[in-house]
Write a protein that binds this ligand. Structure first.
Ligand code: AMP
Ligand code: MG
Length: 423
């Protein structure tokens, strides 16, 4: 079934007033993850998606070991009535075992991470024990087996330490290193081609002629795609010339999994970009009930091996970023095989400024989330025009104003999406 037929069967599908959530769900429902994978050195897996489950090849920890600095002893030696006096016969250090067996009435000094010597089954922390020359006094009230981390208590041999689809962050690098993996299988990188359309666009490095604007969208796209770990193919600025646009689309679709364009999807202006998209593939044009970012195209262009998913983003610089963050990000994660797709948390905070908002569309205003008298509060960055990229740079979050909401008074709660998280 064709893409348009599949999507138009959906209940209440209206390409002229699609909600943000609906558009996101419709896009995700069409996509399946790429299959190809490659083996890479552990460090190179950072930011990539695991192609297979990672099974623990050993127990973690590999051996029982002490959780504390203290004394390793035999629990059965301890009196419940009063202190027990044990002879200190040696020391066990992490990485340096005590050579020998601990007999009845004896104990060894043990450090965190050291293996409890044969014969011992319990560790008593040094803070409660009393040294007495070659002897140690252990108070009553100990539990058998206390303060010993058991082999396999973190991960059992053969169990999945990580599952396919996991996005590798620093914790996963460390975890895989703790299992001894020098190489891992990850999904191949997604290839994303992009170009800007518009006769008014000038590339950086050339002087700006009358009526021209510098093309900034390719740089924000480059930044966002690179941070997502995609291989990027920058096809430059394409003039509003059907032959040139056609060639760019063909080249992009043949060499990439996804093609992203900016500009030329609004009604009237540069209409042949839209016509060419339709001609060269199956592209749906949506008016999304959102601001910024109302017009957007989604679909496929090209055939088979030479085909690619297409996102025709609006031209306004802020709209490019807003639509990328709300739709393209999750779509690319899905194609990359990330499962689950890393969620962007929506935080509920107090809005310190009054905001103008039209009911009937989701608005993404640029905000600064800051600590005010011990409370996180957000305020808008000022002018919210779709072309004002400065407002994105001043902001550290998007204020997400739900579709049904109208004006927001200062002091109301709103939801925000942070631009950055932990490293
Ligand atoms: P369009 O969607 O093509 O009608 O473009 C909407 C607005 O965004 C126009 O003011 C364009 O000049 C501007 N614009 C389009 N593409 C870019 C770009 N690549 N970089 C900066 N501004 C752009
Ligand atoms: Mg244009």
């Amino acid at each position: 079934m064709s893409l348009s037929a599949k999507i138009s069967c959906e209940n209440d599908y209206d390409p002229n007033a699609l909600s943000v959530d609906r558009a996101r769900a419709l896009i995700l429902a069409q996509l399946s993850p790429i299959q190809a994978s490659e083996r890479v050195a552990l460090r190179s897996a950072l930011g990539r998606v695991l192609a297979n489950d990672v099974l623990a090849p050993c127990n973690v920890p590999a051996h029982d070991n002490s959780a504390m600095d203290g004394f390793a002893l035999r629990f059965s030696d301890l009196s419940t009535a009063g202190p027990t006096r044990l002879q200190l016969v040696g020391t066990a250090l992490a990485g340096q075992m005590f050579a020998g067996t601990v007999g009845s009435g004896e104990c060894v000094r043990i450090m965190t991470g050291a293996l409890p010597p044969p014969g011992t089954d319990t560790v008593v922390i040094q803070e409660v024990a009393q040294s007495d020359g070659d002897f140690v006094l252990i108070p009553p009230g100990q539990r058998p087996g206390q303060n010993i981390r058991r082999a396999g208590e973190d991960l059992k041999l053969g169990t999945a330490a990580l599952t396919a689809g996991k996005l590798v962050r620093p914790a996963e690098l460390g975890l895989m290193a703790s299992l001894g993996f020098a190489e891992v299988s990850v999904k191949r990188r997604l290839r994303v081609a992009f170009f800007s359309t518009g006769d008014e666009l000038c590339s950086i490095g050339s002087p700006l002629a009358e009526g021209e604007v510098y093309d900034s969208n390719r740089y924000t796209l480059y930044g966002m795609l690179t941070r997502l770990g995609c291989d990027v193919l920058d096809l430059g600025v394409i003039r509003d010339d059907p032959a040139l646009i056609k060639t760019a689309f063909r080249e992009a679709a043949a060499s990439a999994d996804v093609v992203i364009t900016s500009g030329g999807v609004s009604v009237g202006e540069a209409d042949f970009v839209k016509q060419l998209m339709e001609q060269m593939g199956e592209v749906l044009f949506w008016k999304i009930a959102m601001k910024p970012g109302r017009p957007m195209a989604f679909g496929r262009i090209g055939e088979g091996e030479n085909g690619a998913w297409l996102f025709g983003l609006p031209g306004n610089p802020v709209a490019v970023m807003a639509t990328f963050y709300q739709f393209v990000r999750d779509a690319l994660y899905k194609l990359m095989g990330a499962d689950p797709i890393p969620a962007v948390p929506l935080l509920t905070v107090t809005c310190a400024s009054a905001l103008k908002k039209f009911a009937g569309r989701t608005e993404f205003q640029r905000g600064v989330l800051a600590l005010q008298d011990g409370q996180w509060q957000v305020h808008a960055t000022g002018a919210q025009g779709s072309g004002i990229l400065r407002s994105m740079s001043d902001a550290n979050c998007l204020i997400v104003l739900e579709q049904d909401r109208g004006n927001i008074a200062a002091g109301e709660t709103v939801q925000v999406q942070l631009f950055d998280g932990l490293v």
